[in-house]
Design a protein around this ligand. Structure first.
Ligand SMILES: Cc1cc2nc3c(=O)[nH]c(=O)nc-3n(C[C@H](O)[C@H](O)[C@H](O)COP(=O)(O)O)c2cc1C
Length: 173
């Protein structure tokens, strides 16, 4: 369950250089594992995290279309890189640079996903904050039904303008 009762604050938690936040989910995004640093940054207990949807730490500043792109990519068996703003249980926020990969069984079927997040570059956060805001504004203006298409279009327009793929943009930041 997303925590609608949590009020986002302007308090930021900063990842340290050597930190790795690791979590694993099933194919639906239900958390099956979190390392101690994930527990620390999320502000939840291990018991609260295991069995919850990963959107438990979703920050309202993040556009829905960003997660659509993530899911489309990992469900097709590919890895996904992104900068994500997350929200802790106390409403504070923390930015991460995430790498999500599918976990395969012996027959090549996707059985879950693993995410490893490390300390993001400040310059990347500064570059992406206005992009996510534009995507979110477009989503809100379009209304629920057309939100994902509208947010995605903003990203596609930016990528076209820069002549870059999504992954090229992420690594150029
Ligand atoms: C392995 C894995 C890690 C994820 N990590 C995050 C995360 O750190 N923050 C987040 O908001 N969503 C994360 N998600 C995506 C969430 O499952 C969800 O799609 C997203 O929060 C959007 O939620 P919503 O569809 O309820 O708006 C992750 C998904 C997977 C499979």
């Amino acid at each position: 369950m997303k925590r609608k009762d949590i009020v986002p604050t302007q308090t930021e938690r900063l990842m340290r250089e050597g930190d790795f936040i690791v979590s694993k989910t099933d194919t639906k995004g239900i958390i099956t594992y979190g390392n101690p640093i994930f527990i620390e940054f999320s502000g939840y207990t291990e018991e609260e995290l295991i069995g919850s949807q990963h959107n438990i730490i979703r920050h309202p500043d993040m556009p829905r279309s960003a997660f659509k792109l993530a899911w489309d990519t990992i469900q097709s068996g590919k890895e996904f890189f992104a900068y994500v703003k997350n929200m802790s249980k106390d409403g504070s926020y923390y930015w991460v640079f995430t790498h999500i990969t599918p976990d395969f069984d012996q027959s090549g079927r996707i059985v879950g996903y693993t995410s490893v997040r490390r300390c993001p570059k400040r310059s990347a956060i500064e570059a992406l904050t206005p992009v996510y805001k534009l995507m979110l504004d477009a989503e809100r203006a379009a209304g629920a039904r057309d939100a994902i298409a509208a947010g995605t279009q903003v990203l596609v327009d930016i990528l076209t303008q820069k002549g870059m793929s999504y992954e090229e943009l992420v690594f150029a930041l």
